[in-house]
Design a protein around this ligand. Structure first.
Ligand code: NAI
Ligand code: AKG
Length: 416
């Protein structure tokens, strides 16, 4: 069966929630279209002196509730449509978290494994120059996503500041602490996934300390999620990344696995478990399957065969629309991405607020704020699910988000 693209999935998820949301038809129609997408051409000098040209995008999906917000992804599979889908998901995520933001996303079509650190720096600075007319603290605030992190954010902040002529820390979030980053941002997305797991287990009356968990993707989000769920007493029985996967029925030692990743660059070859391929990981008999890599990991084929009792979406868009339907029919609940992985943008918001006040908060304060916001959104999603009788949690989360964005459009009105 042919599967839908991330953009088709995002639009279908919106349409599924339409009957459950009080939103004007015209506004809903408007929200199906991103406000703008810029394509940029990025020539850089390779280390051997040759010139290579890359392509990048920044999509600003909607800004009715505040400045556009969303990460920047470096990956060989980036497309304009994918970036637009991801920018849409950011719009619904910031609204569900009730943050004063809209949604955006950026991406560069590149396999960073082919580039040296110097080449990545040049690409990042070129990309920042390319999109600098559309970003800014009050306009659009980028952040990390796949294959980008604090170092790339530092280069983006530096490049933007050079053009402005003064230091502008709040043009990006996810920066290193020494230049205005916040305590807790590196761990924030995984922490949010773990807090969401706490709530989901309580809601479904299950015991997280007894749970077995398989995680696809062991980067920023997957590795922190694994460590924090391990700390809660769950057994992380399998993880995978681009290099391969490892499985241990008694639970992997997540600390040793992180050390292995640090020294070898991947999870493959970890001696605390046997190797497992990515496809098998998705079909393991576990309590929780946690996709934390790319979109469209859970297709119809996977949904028909997976044996997890719960899907916890740490990645953006990991489940296709048709797979969602199969999981619904099979009574496998899915805790949706726009709720589960919102910890990152919540703490990005806190970083942006600290930068604008030139004041910094301690880790305890940041984590408490993160927990309060994501817990409120979980309760609101459950409430919408129960009261509006939506078919699943994703539709409930979208209904809440759509109404908030729709309301902002309604009160602002259309430019005549
Ligand atoms: N970094 C953040 O703060 C946030 C990230 N996300 C989402 O979480 C997901 C992961 O992002 P990060 O951890 O930041 O990226 P990352 O670049 O740190 O890690 C990505 C991981 O996925 C693995 N991976 C890639 N393709 C794979 C495949 N086919 N099978 C198995 N593993 C594969 C990589 O090897 C790596 O371990 C993405 O969907 C991203 O959009 C969502 C919210 C915030
Ligand atoms: O931290 C942010 O602003 C956005 C993170 C992101 O790209 C995401 O939530 O998908």
């Amino acid at each position: 069966m042919s599967e839908t693209s991330p953009l088709e999935n995002m639009l279908a998820q919106m349409s599924a929630a339409r009957p459950y949301a009080d939103i004007d038809d015209g506004v809903f129609e408007r929200l199906k279209h991103p406000e703008r997408t810029l394509k940029v051409t990025l020539p850089i000098h390779r280390d051997d002196g040759s010139i290579e040209v890359y392509e990048g995008y920044r999509c600003q999906f909607d800004s009715a509730r505040g400045p556009y917000k969303g990460g920047v992804r470096y990956h060989q599979s980036v497309t304009r449509e994918e970036v637009e889908a991801l920018a849409g998901w950011m719009t619904w995520k910031t609204a569900l978290m009730d943050l004063p933001y809209g949604g955006a996303k950026g991406g560069v079509v590149v396999d960073t494994r082919d580039l040296s650190d110097r080449e990545i720096e040049h690409l990042t600075r070129r990309y920042t120059e390319g999109i600098r007319r559309m970003i800014g603290p009050a306009m659009d605030v980028p952040a990390p996503d796949i294959n980008t992190g604090p170092q790339e954010m530092a280069w983006m902040m530096d490049t933007y500041s050079m053009y402005e002529g003064y230091v502008v820390p709040d043009v990006v979030t996810g920066k290193p602490l020494s230049i205005g980053g916040t305590a807790g941002r590196v761990e924030a997305t995984g922490r949010g996934v773990a807090i969401t797991a706490d709530h989901a287990f309580e809601y479904f009356e299950r015991d997280l300390t007894e749970a077995t968990i398989a995680i696809q993707g062991f980067g920023n989000v997957g590795s922190v999620t694994a460590r924090l769920l391990d700390e809660r007493g769950a057994d992380i029985v399998a993880v995978s990344d681009i290099t391969g996967g490892v499985y241990n029925a008694d639970g992997l030692d997540t600390g040793a696995l992180e050390a292995h990743l640090e020294s070898t660059g991947g999870v493959a070859g970890f001696e605390g478990g046997r190797s497992i391929d990515n496809d098998d990981l998705l079909r393991l008999d576990v309590d929780v399957l946690c996709p934390a890599a790319l979109e469209n990991a859970i297709t119809v084929d996977v949904a028909e065969e997976l044996r997890a009792d719960l899907v916890l979406e740490a990645a953006n868009g990991p489940t296709t629309v048709a797979a969602d339907e199969v999981l619904r029919e099979r009574d496998v609940p899915v805790v949706p991405d726009i709720l589960t992985n919102a910890g990152g943008v919540i703490v990005s918001y806190l970083e942006w607020v600290q930068n604008s006040q030139q004041y910094s908060w301690d880790l305890e304060g940041v984590n408490a704020d993160l927990e309060r916001r994501i817990s409120t959104a979980f309760e609101e999603t459950i409430e919408a699910f129960a009261e509006r009788e939506t078919p699943d949690l994703r539709t409930a989360a979208y209904a809440v988000a759509l109404e908030r964005v729709g309301d902002a459009h309604g009160v602002r009105g259309l430019f005549p």
